[in-house]
Design a protein around this ligand. Structure first.
Ligand code: HEM
Ligand SMILES: *[C@@H]1O[C@H](CO)[C@@H](O)[C@H](O)[C@H]1NC(C)=O
Ligand SMILES: *[C@@H]1O[C@H](CO)[C@@H](O)[C@H](O)[C@H]1NC(C)=O
Length: 335
């Protein structure tokens, strides 16, 4: 074979290489078997650390589920929420939705260090969050699903993204729906994923407005059951007690079930953003009723919508990195 021929052969191999590699490894999509060869024990390790943490404190399941949501709504599911401030990074942990509220970071650290021992620089922090969210759902009695994997980690955070993209509890129905739609999620995803509030807690400060001065006229929110409101006021005073905790689902606060939706039907949703799903839009009201009536319907849709949320702009292939420590970008020593 002449030198010229081999040169052409090599050239054409190079030309077609991207086609071969684009299947899975560089394709930019996620799939559940991603770590099957590179870190076969990854899922088992994550599950066991999450199970221990939840056994120690049931609320941790809720906190871990929420971390994945707050990660995905800011620059995609890229582990950005886990970065501490350092150098040019301003941590998302100090945003309005996260400050004094987001928790579970130590559990993620523990998972990450166990994974670094088992298979160094292989499993991303973003994937840890996605698997921990699923495991937390299952551990509290919710549905299971196979988590598509292969996300990589960002090397930056966005404080403004965290403040602006994550819905606030006193946003209007339309604002909340718009924030979901900007992420490629729809009204069905919004209602199903809000069902996460079947577990976990809220601070007084997140719903106080409803108890005392809902629309600036000194009146409470009358779409909140008034005897429930009176009960809430005893621990959530007009001023002070900001950090006092309340169950998001007052009927079965630690069990992942459809009581969240049943509560909305009787005006016992804790957050304004919960109750508006039933009171402010015909289509979401029908969904709330359907999920309140049929737990399987809720569980099925929840799993589908979680996978959809987990697919928000992941970094794949050659984009992003695998962080060694979820709190910092590789190579930067914590100050
Ligand atoms: C629809 C818009 C949403 C709003 C406005 C919202 C708002 C909130 C607020 C204000 C809290 C209480 C925070 C505190 O006071 O410390 C909370 C807690 C929580 N949220 Fe949401 N959320 C929304 C959607 C979601 C979604 C999509 C998920 C998960 C997929 C989720 C999961 C949770 C969980 C599990 C908790 C309890 C966390 C804990 O106990 O540590 N939320 N949410
Ligand atoms: C929502 O709550 C924030 C923080 O408590 C407050 O600054 C803002 O005025 C409230 N927005 C509305 C529309 O009530
Ligand atoms: C209710 O809020 C409005 C503005 O948001 C304020 O002007 C008013 O004084 C408040 N009323 C009470 C009774 O706190």
């Amino acid at each position: 074979m002449s030198l010229c021929m081999s040169f052409i052969l090599i050239l054409s191999l190079l030309a077609f290489a991207p086609l071969c590699f684009s299947y899975k490894s560089f394709g930019g999509y996620l799939y559940p078997q991603f770590y099957d060869h590179s870190c076969p024990k990854a899922q088992e390790i994550i599950k066991s650390v999450v199970a221990q943490a939840v056994a120690k404190e049931t609320r941790m399941a809720a906190s871990l589920l929420r971390l994945h949501f707050h990660d995905c709504f800011v620059k995609g599911c890229d582990g950005s929420i886990l970065l501490d401030s350092s150098g040019t990074i301003i941590s998302e942990k100090r945003s309005n939705p996260n400050r004094n509220s987001a928790r579970g970071f130590e559990v993620i650290d523990e998972i990450k260090s166990a994974l670094e021992k088992e298979c160094p620089e292989t499993v991303s922090c973003a994937d840890i969050l996605a698997i921990a969210a699923r495991d937390s759902t299952v551990l509290t009695g919710g549905p299971s699903w196979e988590v598509p994997l292969g996300r990589r980690d960002s090397e930056s955070a966005s404080l403004s993204g965290s403040n602006n993209n994550i819905p606030a509890p006193n946003n209007t129905f339309q604002t909340i729906l718009t924030k979901f739609m900007l992420q490629g999620l729809d009204i069905v995803d919004l209602v199903a994923l809000s069902g996460s509030h079947t577990i976990g807690d809220s601070r007084c400060t997140s719903f106080r407005q409803r108890l005392y001065n809902q629309s600036g006229n000194g009146q409470p929110d009358y779409s909140l059951d008034q005897s429930y409101a009176a009960q809430l006021r005893t621990n959530c005073p007009k001023s002070g007690g900001d950090q006092n905790l309340f169950f998001l689902d007052n009927v079965s606060p630690t069990k992942f079930d459809n009581y969240y939706f049943k509560n909305l039907l009787i005006f016992k949703g804790l957050l304004n953003s919960d109750e508006v799903l039933f009171t402010k839009n015909e289509e979401s009201m029908e969904l709330v009723k359907a999920y309140a009536e049929n737990n399987d319907l809720f569980f099925n849709q929840f799993a589908i919508s979680m996978i959809k949320m987990g697919n928000i702009s992941p970094l794949t292939g050659l984009k992003g990195v695998i962080r060694k420590n979820c709190r910092r970008v590789n190579g930067i020593i914590k100050q």
